[in-house]
Design a protein around this ligand. Structure first.
Ligand code: NAD
Length: 476
């Protein structure tokens, strides 16, 4: 049993009723176990964060920046262990696990820089009215609860932790029960850096632990990344207490391919958009809209590319795609394969679980999927791509926007003016043009419609943890 909760600067054993198995999805077998934090331990973590807030928020911005740089450096020192753990627990191929680690490092580095710039943001406000002066103060929101999922554990937590600490907030982080060991690195780093006790607390557990955190009346804000169903519950708790919430939720994103594309290049972007992390990405471009003139050339090439992907255990084989991370996810994806068969969808590739131990599925392509198919409208969270054809630019935009989600989109066209025009018309938070899903810390992350509320990354990610105050003085 692993000692796995970091509360008030100490590692403690869980006292909750849930036991958490940490699995290797390549075999479908557990390799570690831990006990969840109890409701009382969640309360202790929030109390510790509350106690640490007055001193932490009064540290200088440069002091906080130094801690953040320490996080970046210490992540680098744990490089091999963290890459291996992500491969083993998430089933990520090595190159993906490396990119996740580099993303987390870059995030801490970026918010260290933004923290250093903070004093210059507290500036005088020019007023038209004579006789008064006013100045801005950007204050930390306070004690924040951070609840995250399992698909990019290092990254999702870094996107919340780094700006929250930079702003001067103290935090209670609840990682996913599917990947509870990975973010322990953040607690170990806090120890190594002698971060003041209570500034960062980590409680592990399932829904009960998450609910205890999101319902806790000692929080000033809750930032959640995960499913829409849990996001709604988190928002209900926040509304009961009238406190702010950031929600990063699901997606059903479109990739739009126009006739003038190079077929080989388009296939590369499409495959990456649906098979990265075995399709377990909120931003997976799982709806392919392909223009009539290129569809007959593109679909067979796409089918071949998906069938040629090497699927296997990232720890022992050269792979392009690993297993799904959890049995629940594997069963969910298999359920969509069954629905596709019931709906009579045309399967061009995959459509089945692999005949081997572990939670593997084949990269899958369905063609000419009806607009009312559950596979076209619902987030599957696996390597399952649905394709439809379109005739005109207007039709492509209308179909891409015809979704309750609005996270991201990709546009592929040699006509850059058209690509920019389409990008502007898409109702999403981020659009890539002729690109894989390159994410930069300087640009924002977040969605419109059912994909969430608020933005992470960039200066917007920092603002999410700041409260704006103005001090106005009568000069007379
Ligand atoms: P999930 O909603 O099941 O769990 C997310 C977190 O919430 C976990 O830590 C879980 O333990 C916790 N939780 C569960 N029940 C809770 C409750 N009642 N109260 C409070 N917390 C609770 O999601 P998941 O399966 O871990 O992740 C997959 C989902 O996350 C997908 O829908 C995906 O699109 C979304 N996601 C979104 C983004 C984004 O940036 N928009 C990024 C990654 C994942």
């Amino acid at each position: 049993m692993t000692t796995s909760h970091y509360i008030a600067g100490r590692w403690v054993e869980g006292q909750g009723s849930d036991c958490i198995s940490v699995n290797d999805p390549a075999f479908g077998q557990p390799f570690a176990e831990l006990k969840a934090a109890s409701v009382a331990q969640v309360d202790q973590a929030v109390t510790a964060a509350r106690g640490a807030l007055p001193a932490w928020k009064n540290t200088s911005a440069s002091e906080r920046a130094a801690y953040l740089r320490g996080f970046a450096e210490q992540l680098g020192q744990r490089r091999e262990a963290l890459i291996t753990l992500q491969m083993r627990n998430n089933g990520k191929p090595r190159h993906e696990a490396e990119i996740d680690l580099d993303d987390a490092i870059a995030t801490f580095g970026y918010y260290a820089e933004l923290a250093e710039q903070l004093p210059s943001k507290n500036r005088d406000v020019p007023l038209a009215a004579p006789g008064f002066s006013a100045r801005t103060r950007l204050e930390p929101v306070g004690v924040v609860g951070l609840i995250v999922p399992w698909n990019f554990p290092l990254v999702t937590s870094a996107w919340k932790l780094a700006p929250a600490l930079a702003a001067g907030c103290t935090v209670v982080l609840k990682p996913s029960e599917v990947t509870p060991l990975i973010e322990q690195a953040y607690g170990q780093i806090a120890d190594a850096l002698e971060l003041p006790a209570g500034v960062l607390n980590i409680v592990n557990g399932k829904a009960e632990t998450g609910a205890a955190l999101s319902n806790h009346n000692g929080l000033d804000k809750l930032s959640f990344t995960g499913s829409n169903s849990v996001g709604s519950q988190v928002m209900r708790s926040a509304s009961a207490q009238c406190r702010p919430v950031t929600l990063e939720l699901g997606g059903k994103s479109a990739i739009v391919v126009f006739d003038d594309c190079d077929v080989g290049q388009a296939v590369e972007w499409i495959v990456a958009g649906i098979t990265w992390n075995a399709g377990q990405m909120c931003s997976a471009t799982s709806r392919l809209l392909v223009q009539d003139g290129i569809a007959d050339a593109l679909l067979p090439r796409l089918q071949a590319a998906l069938e040629q992907l090497r699927v296997g255990n990232p720890l022992t084989e050269e792979v392009d795609m690993g297993p799904l991370t959890s049995q629940a996810q594997w069963l969910k994806v298999a359920g969509y394969f069954a629905t596709a068969r019931e709906e009579g969808l045309q399967c061009l590739a995959g459509g089945k679980a692999l005949d081997r131990d572990g939670w593997f599925v084949s990269p899958t392509l369905y063609a000419d999927v009806p607009k009312d198919s559950r596979l076209w409208t619902e987030e599957i969270f696996g390597p399952v791509l649905c394709a439809r054809r379109f005739a005109t630019e207007e039709q492509a935009i209308a179909e891409a926007n015809d979704s309750r989600f609005g996270l991201v989109a990709t546009v592929c066209s040699a006509d850059l003016e058209r690509a920019e025009r389409v990008a502007d018309a898409l109702e999403v938070g981020h659009v890539w043009i002729n690109s894989v899903q390159a994410v930069f810390v300087e640009t924002s992350w977040g969605g419109t419609k059912g994909s969430g509320i608020g933005r992470e990354l960039g200066p917007w990610g920092l603002s999410a943890y700041q409260s704006v105050k103005h001090v106005t003085r009568c000069l007379g």
